[in-house]
Design a protein around this ligand. Structure first.
Ligand code: CP
Length: 318
């Protein structure tokens, strides 16, 4: 694997899931693979799970991980080419990314969307500038439109919680939130569900919250949440802001909050969320603290997803 930005970089999703589950069974099986290698982890935005799980994954492979919170500790980056830099930006990404490429074997980056300019966000201007100038493989720690490490984790988690011959019904449901959030996690979950192909995948949300069809693909869209949840084996709860009315909150209906009453409509579904989650806004305490929630196991699996990705890139480099 040469980089990890989306499913397009993954030759086989089931194989990558197998690699991750093998690491879960035996974390140190490749403890020499990353010897004398370094991954630079560049954050333009906050993180708990992505940062720590990737650091642990790197350590399991014998690799060093160096974290740089560039938004707080670095120079203000200019991302546009050909500009006269007489404003607030101090260093161009051409130099910054290229210099970091001199220090690291892999460059991993988190860069959220601005949610103001759809075209700028959906062309992935920021991460593409790093890919263009770094000169080393780039791993997305969540970009403007996708969160592939999270989605790989989610496929791993569904795989390990499902042992029946039929395909599981997986429902991704929108839930309310007080802030306008990116579409990266739901876009990415949809993209990975479609690429995996081993689930009956349904998306439910209020009208106006349709995702970019480039990611939702052939997923069934159901505007009635109660109807969508019937017979669900897994429920993936997530808020996102509108793609159509870009970056806007157009609905705050609390009846979309995921509660035990909603859970009762399902086939004793396992409940997933990428975290962090706003309790009693997105998912009720009774669900998060109940037996059907697998959000902690899901977050735990972030390590194995990151380890699988780093190992595949290291193997391709040697
Ligand atoms: N799910 C996730 O990416 O968590 P963090 O934002 O804490 O990394």
């Amino acid at each position: 694997m040469k980089q990890f930005i989306s499913t397009a970089d993954v030759p086989s999703v089931p194989r990558l899931v197998d690699i991750a589950l093998n690491y879960k069974a035996d974390p140190f099986r490749d403890k020499e693979l990353g010897k004398n290698k370094t991954v630079g982890m560049i954050f333009l935005n906050p993180s708990l799970r992505t940062r720590l799980s990737t650091q642990v994954a790197a350590r399991n492979l014998g690799m060093e991980a160096i974290v740089f919170n560039i938004d707080k500790e670095g120079w203000a980056l200019e991302m546009n080419d050909g500009v006269v830099m007489n404003g607030n930006t101090t260093e161009h990404v051409k130099e910054a990314a290229a210099v970091m490429g001199q220090y690291f074997d892999i460059l991993a980056i988190r860069t959220f969307p601005g949610l103001k300019n759809k075209e700028e966000d959906y062309t992935e201007k920021y991460i593409n500038q790093f890919i263009k100038y770094a000169g080393v493989p780039v791993v997305s720690l969540e970009s403007a439109t996708l969160h592939p490490l999270q989605s790989l984790t989610d496929v791993i988690t569904i795989r390990e919680h499902w042992n029946q011959p039929r395909k599981p019904k997986v429902v991704m449901t929108w839930a309310p939130h007080v802030k306008a959030l990116p579409q990266a996690v739901p876009n990415s979950f949809a993209q990975w569900m479609n690429a995996w192909g081993e689930a009956d995948f349904v998306i439910t949300h209020p009208e106006g919250y349709e995702l970019d069809e480039k990611f939702s693909g052939n997923a069934r869209i159901e505007y009635n949440q109660d109807k969508a949840l019937q017979d669900a084996d897994f429920v993936y709860v997530k808020n996102w802001s509108s793609y159509r009315d870009y970056g806007k909150i157009i609905n705050t209906d609390p009846s979309w909050t995921f509660t035990n009453a909603k859970l009762a409509l399902t086939n004793s579904a396992k409940v997933m969320h990428c975290l962090p989650v706003r309790r009693n806004v997105v998912i009720a305490d009774e669900v998060l603290d109940g037996p059907q929630s697998i959000v902690i196991q899901e977050a735990g699996n972030r390590v194995w997803a990151a380890q699988a990705v780093l190992s595949e890139i290291l193997k391709a480099k040697v």
